[in-house]
Each structure stands twice: as C-alpha cells, then as structure tokens.
Write a protein that binds this ligand. Structure first.
Ligand SMILES: [Ca+2]
Length: 103
C-alpha cells in the first residue's frame, strides 16, 4: 500500500489530511452473493457528511464513487456503510479505498 505523507491509518481506515489542498478519493466494492444485497458504502468527511455514495442493489453488483474535495489540514476522510441494516458482505477481494492530493 502506498501511503505518502502517512495520512492513512490502517488500523482505523481513516485518512487525515496532512496539509490543506484539493484531494481526489474513490471507493469501490462488489456486493456479496447472499443475504441483504442492498449495501451502500459512502465516503464520509469528518465523521458526519457523506460526500459520495456507492450503491449496490443486487447480488455481486459492483458499485463505486469518486469525489474531489478541498480539505483543510486535519480534515478526516473515511469509508462507512451507508445503508443501515444492510450487511456489508464484500465479495472476494474486489473492494478498495484510495485517494491522492491533486494540488
Ligand atoms: Ca444499495
């Protein structure tokens, strides 16, 4: 995993902006094959604002979203389940969260 600036903390899955600027983020996942297959996954700013949402609706449905954000130093970006009650049953290894500083 590339983690320039050490803003990403593996243990929590959250990214803290080491400096202000414009950042791009994306998340993707593939739904599971059983159970509640209506999973949504959101990129969340400072634990309160959903800035984009990947919305899967059926078995093995793949979903993604990308967003460009202007962050201040110390802003926190992470990924959360966004559909209460839906089990996040990721399929295989087809999920991820990435971001980078645009400038
Ligand atoms: Ca959904």
């Amino acid at each position: 995993m590339t983690n320039v600036g050490d803003g990403y903390v593996t243990a929590t899955g959250s990214f803290t902006a080491p400096l202000g600027g414009v950042y791009a983020f994306s998340v993707f996942f593939q739904n599971g094959n059983s159970g509640n297959v209506d999973a949504d996954v959101a990129i969340v700013l400072n634990a309160e604002t959903q800035v984009c949402k990947a919305d899967a609706t059926s078995r093995r449905d793949a979903a993604s979203c990308s967003v460009v954000l202007e962050l201040r130093e110390g802003d926190v970006v992470d990924v959360r389940g966004a559909n209460e009650g839906a089990k996040l049953d990721f399929y295989g290894i087809d999920h991820g969260f990435s971001g980078f500083l645009v400038g």
